[in-house]
Design a protein around this ligand. Structure first.
Ligand SMILES: Cc1ncc(COP(=O)(O)O)c(C=O)c1O
Length: 431
């Protein structure tokens, strides 16, 4: 019989560089490969399995709902979708409305469409006088500014939005309407606003390039720049949101709730691995081009957006259960407390091979020294070289670029599991 890897090589599109591991079964923070070897899973599907693998309440909910109602079209109302939207509104803490879809990239697509619709239908300020310069706005603004180093997904618009050249390579022509500016640099953002700019999309904590949080002063400045120019401020919380930072929203952790966005995208941790994405739009007044008042949250009216599988009774029931577990098991506090514990423990290794440890809550990265691979005599990129040693020791974690490694364990990870992971890391660094 062919091995799983051979089956993939013959039949699966080779778009992922995979580690040589075939995983079969999971329970909590632990996962087992086909040979029965046990690993601690500190990637959790890249920040997806927020209450761990196969949580009994999640498994029971899936089984129960599978016997009740799996799918109906969005032509009808279903209670779980309404309740999940109300729950997400409660977490944001400001009135708004939610649209459900199936992935992070698709949630961001909704935000790009919201921005375009806003540019097409809302009245723009005529012009703005700033520092002696006058900026005349186009009548139909459409451009979304994003940041260098960002990641927003793999659709055509997603790769245009993403501030990393490597994701666009080979896919010309690139979807127009996106421009990238340096992260955490308010003067540059201010200078970048052009006549067509309508929105700013940002990850409050950039994930893929090594867990880089936006500073408080930058977040406040971005909000002010957006207000001054009549732009939407949209947060991609797909990786950092829904509990990972110790609050429901990363921007709540970073700004104590002071900076409120106009829209938010979520996916990953929302349903513990059941595929789901969502975006939230703030219920705030806007003036349309004909002078009528409306709400931003009602801009995507009937017929303007949709998706077959979005917000099914199954997906929403699972997400409601997962988020109830986060509430009832006090996992926001656990993310805060054990995130600090993990960072201290990694620092406590005092390894000369670790340059820096960063992170907020249970979104943690450590950066390896520039000559890491030479020092350990491995010709692979530093993150890959260390990850292969960690696999041998029984720990899964996620590379973040070539030089950093991310820890994104389930939000219910325990101190004992962190101690074990740190011990495996220490041994891998010393071997
Ligand atoms: C910040 C961010 N945005 C968007 C995405 C895309 O999400 P998905 O892979 O579900 O399309 C990701 C996935 O890694 C992400 O981390």
């Amino acid at each position: 019989m062919e091995s799983t890897q051979e089956l993939f090589e013959a039949n699966v599109v080779p778009s992922y560089a995979r580690f040589p591991l075939a995983l079969e079964r999971g329970e909590g923070t632990r996962i087992w490969d086909e040979a029965g070897k046990e690993y601690l899973d500190f990637g959790a599907g890249i920040a997806v399995c927020s209450v761990g693998h196969c949580h009994p309440r999640v498994a029971d909910t899936i089984a129960r709902q599978a016997r009740t109602l799996i799918h109906t079209s969005n032509l009808y109302y279903t209670r779980p979708q309404g309740e999940l939207a109300a729950r997400l509104n409660r977490y944001v803490g400001h009135p708004g409305k939610v649209f459900f879809c199936n992935s992070g990239a698709e949630a961001n697509e909704g935000l790009y469409k919201l921005a375009r619709k806003f540019g097409n239908e809302a009245r723009s300020p005529h012009s703005r006088h700033a520092a002696g310069e006058e900026l005349e706005y186009s009548p139909n603004r459409f451009e979304v500014l994003t940041f260098d180093g960002s990641f927003h997904g793999r659709t055509l618009a997603g790769i245009a939005a993403t501030g990393q050249e490597k994701v666009r390579k080979g896919f010309d022509p690139i979807t127009p309407g996106f421009r990238h500016v340096p992260f955490n640099d308010a003067p540059e953002l201010s200078r970048a606003i052009g006549p067509d700019t309508i929105a700013v999309l940002m990850e409050p904590i950039q994930g893929e390039i090594g867990v880089l949080p936006a500073t408080l002063s930058f977040l406040k400045a971005v909000r002010k720049i957006c207000d001054d120019h009549g732009l939407l401020l949209m947060f991609d919380e797909i990786q950092c949101g829904l509990g990972r930072t110790g609050d429901w929203c990363a921007w709540q952790t970073l700004t104590q709730g002071e900076v409120v966005p106009d829209a938010i995208s979520w996916a990953k941790g929302i349903a513990d691995g059941y595929p789901m994405g969502a975006f939230w739009i703030r219920d705030r007044k806007i003036t349309l081009k004909d002078g009528k008042e409306s709400s931003l949250a009602d801009l995507l009216g009937a017929g303007s957006h949709g998706t077959t599988f979005g917000g099914t009774p199954m997906g929403c029931t699972v997400a409601n259960e997962v988020l109830s577990i986060v509430e009832e098991e006090n996992l926001l506090a656990n993310a805060r407390e054990l995130g600090n514990y993990a960072k201290e423990a990694i620092l406590g290794l005092k390894s000369p091979l670790i340059k820096d440890v960063r992170g907020v809550g249970l979104m943690i990265a450590f950066q390896l020294v520039p000559d890491f691979s030479q020092r350990i005599g491995d010709d692979r990129a530093a993150s890959l070289a260390l990850i292969s040693r960690l696999h041998a020791g029984g720990l899964l974690c996620v590379p973040s670029g070539v030089q950093s490694i991310r820890w994104l364990p389930p939000l219910n990870v325990t101190k004992a599991e962190i101690d074990q992971a740190v011990q495996i890391l220490g041994a891998a660094l010393n071997s």
